[in-house]
Design a protein around this ligand. Structure first.
Ligand SMILES: NC(=O)c1ccc[n+]([C@@H]2O[C@H](COP(=O)([O-])OP(=O)(O)OC[C@H]3O[C@@H](n4cnc5c(N)ncnc54)[C@H](OP(=O)(O)O)[C@@H]3O)[C@@H](O)[C@H]2O)c1
Length: 127
């Protein structure tokens, strides 16, 4: 039975490790981030190592409508999504009053707005 995980922020760090773990259990993947080259390298690595299918989506989830665009792209793939890991994000450091407002907004857009826009669960039909 197919067991596909959609992982955001899978081009490196913890997200890439989630992808490695899931594929080691023979699960297929949809991996998402901005850096297409890193995603394609991970796709090659995991398909070769585990014989799974890895779909790559390059998407900036911090941009306006980025999360909606991802939902549309995933729907078009027509692959049932069984596991959703909303991992993409970053943490700003320092006092709010010392930080650039644009950086704070970018963090809110990615860590909060995109997070709540993506569905909490995908049904077995991929909706
Ligand atoms: N590591 C920690 O100690 C720690 C602690 C608390 C929370 N977290 C959270 O856990 C998650 C993973 O942490 P990590 O240490 O693995 O971070 P990381 O190494 O910086 O990786 C972040 C991932 O998110 C992706 N990403 C960043 N901005 C994006 C955007 N605008 N659109 C789409 N993808 C984006 C990055 O890929 P691209 O650059 O290719 O887009 C990368 O794949 C993050 O949400 C982080 O805030 C981590």
């Amino acid at each position: 039975m197919p067991n596909t995980a959609l992982i955001t922020g899978a081009s490196g760090g913890i997200g890439a490790e989630f992808a490695r773990y899931h594929s080691s259990k023979k699960g297929d993947l949809i991996i998402v981030a901005r850096r297409l080259d890193e995603l394609n390298m991970l796709k090659r690595e995991l398909e070769l190592a585990h014989g799974v299918t890895v779909h790559v989506i390059a998407q900036d989830l911090g941009e306006t409508d980025g999360a909606d665009a991802l939902i549309t792209t995933v729907d078009a793939l027509d692959v049932p999504v069984n596991i959703l890991i909303k991992n993409a994000g970053f943490g700003g450091h320092g006092r709010h009053i010392d930080r650039k407002l644009a950086d704070e907004h970018a963090m809110i857009d990615l860590n909060i707005k995109a997070l709540v826009t993506l569905p909490n669960v995908y049904s077995s039909t991929g909706q």
